[in-house]
Design a protein around this ligand. Structure first.
Ligand SMILES: NC(=O)c1ccc[n+]([C@@H]2O[C@H](COP(=O)([O-])OP(=O)(O)OC[C@H]3O[C@@H](n4cnc5c(N)ncnc54)[C@H](O)[C@@H]3O)[C@@H](O)[C@H]2O)c1
Length: 434
């Protein structure tokens, strides 16, 4: 037994799991387990929405006594499984994670860990004090593209890393779905955009640079998705709008009906309807949040933000997140002897001395890279379940302290944006969780 884990798990060596929140993410992790019965078994679920709860119970053959409508009821029981997957939205995370740790559950927790610094620290401390494994779903650490970058950096292929330019391109349609109309549009209901979307990226930067972040500055705005930008002819709902059939890039009518007709029934359509019929979609767009005009929602998170980061060793980084892009991340890493550039799939390397160039089609080289987050979702589950089975926390790349540090960078950057100043990471209470 290594690191901070307590005892091994189920009698037969296959770890058992309880899912808290069988929505998009909880459902995805559940599917992975169902497809790989040799590495895990879901034995309990808590989910308020009946269709998702029943579907999850059926998929895994969960006994009725272990099916709950609320995580509080599940966590009021004695421990039902070796581990919990906390896949509710982040405002619910702290109570559930602390309670689960006290009950002795090992924990896989969606990012962000929580929506305040204090909550993140309490979760980290609860895991440490109760000696349970806590893994944050920073899935990019398990995705082949990002691992390849790390491998080339560690091999010294670009010499000394001097600077990084990093774009998190959310995509106009993804942003409209999740951050204007959806779960993550309003900070009071979820968290600020940099934390919700980019704690992955601050994590990646910390990992690639390999040294602590020293200080940050940031500018950002909710520039476009505001009431004053609503065209005069636009209606409050896309189904009533004269612009919805070809004159608006954010038309919910076009976007969701196209997906329905093309049989693209996974995320994000599955967030909007439980039943994939035209009448169900029409009803959802008439009454639910996903049918609203993007200029008539209660969104308040940024649509563009820039962060300047200085790491130990004088590595300078710029991180940009934007709604107004195609989908995907773009990175450039600049070293003393070479250069790397990539888009999450293809990675290009240039050596300054020899002029040699190499292109890595990372997704082609790796079997499961087509999975969610460029193979990161399945990589994370593989690592988490292997760590549980072996009782070895070292198999996890995203333990609590490492992930907390990535979150603190995002909190610091947001403080820098709000207060219009440079924020030193020491201000963020680094060390309080040790
Ligand atoms: N790792 C990643 O790359 C990634 C990607 C997307 C989202 N996320 C994060 O995953 C989390 C979940 O996001 P999502 O898109 O799956 O949201 P979701 O709304 O689809 O899922 C959350 C689920 O929690 C359920 N829930 C609400 N109250 C509950 C309660 N009392 N007990 C049990 N369940 C309850 C909801 O009914 C819902 O099904 C968020 O924190 C989000 O930021 C992570």
């Amino acid at each position: 037994m290594k690191s901070n884990m307590t005892s091994p798990f189920s009698q037969n060596g296959v770890p058992t799991l309880a899912i808290l929140g069988a929505g998009s993410r909880g459902g995805r992790y559940g599917e992975y387990v169902a497809e790989h019965p040799e590495v895990g078994k879901v034995v309990a679920v808590a989910e308020p929405r009946e269709p998702q709860r029943t579907a999850t119970a059926r998929l895994h053959g969960i006994p009725e006594a272990n099916v709950f409508a609320d995580e509080r009821d599940l966590l009021a029981q004695p421990r039902l499984a070796d581990a919990v997957i906390i896949a509710t939205t982040e405002r619910r995370h702290e109570w559930a994670a602390v309670r689960a740790a006290e009950l002795g559950y090992h924990i896989l927790i969606e990012k962000p860990m929580a929506s305040t610094v204090e909550e993140c620290i309490r979760i980290t401390n609860a895991a440490r004090d109760n000696k349970v494994l806590l893994t944050v779903c920073h899935v990019l650490r398990y995705a082949p593209f990002y691992r390849k970058v790390k491998e080339l950096l560690d091999e010294g292929r670009i010499g000394d890393l001097c600077a990084v330019q990093y774009l998190e391109g959310i995509a106009w349609w993804h942003y409209a779905h999740a951050f204007v109309r959806g779960n993550f549009a309003n900070e009071a209901r979820s968290s600020f955009l940099l934390l919700a979307k980019c704690c992955h990226d601050t994590d990646m930067l910390r990992w690639w640079v390999g040294k602590p972040c020293r200080r940050v500055a940031s500018f950002g705005h909710l520039k476009h998705f505001r009431a004053e930008n609503k065209p005069a002819q636009a209606a409050d709902r896309c189904l009533d709008c004269v612009l919805a059939d070809g004159d608006c890039p954010y038309s919910a009518k076009t976007f969701y009906f196209d997906r329905l007709r093309q049989g693209m029934w996974g995320w994000p359509l599955a967030v909007v309807v439980d039943e994939f019929t035209e009448s169900a979609l029409e009803a959802a767009l008439r009454t639910g949040p996903y049918g609203k005009c993007v200029y008539a929602c209660d969104n308040d998170v940024m649509d563009s933000q820039h962060v300047a980061l200085e790491f130990d060793g004088n590595v300078s980084v710029s991180l940009t997140l934007s709604a107004f892009t195609p989908h995907g991340r773009r990175v450039r890493l600049m070293g003393s002897r070479g250069y790397l550039e990539g888009d999450g799939k293809i990675l290009r390397w240039l050596d300054f001395l020899s002029g040699e160039e190499q292109t890595y089609d990372v997704n082609r080289e790796v079997e499961d890279a087509a999975g969610g987050h460029g193979g990161g979702d399945s990589g994370l589950m593989r690592a988490f379940l292997a760590a549980l089975q072996a009782g070895n926390a070292d198999l996890i790349a995203t333990g609590p302290e490492v992930s907390l540090e990535s979150h603190l960078i995002a909190f610091a950057a947001e403080r820098a944006r709000r207060e219009g100043r440079v924020v030193d990471l020491h201000e963020m209470g680094k060390g309080r969780w040790k």
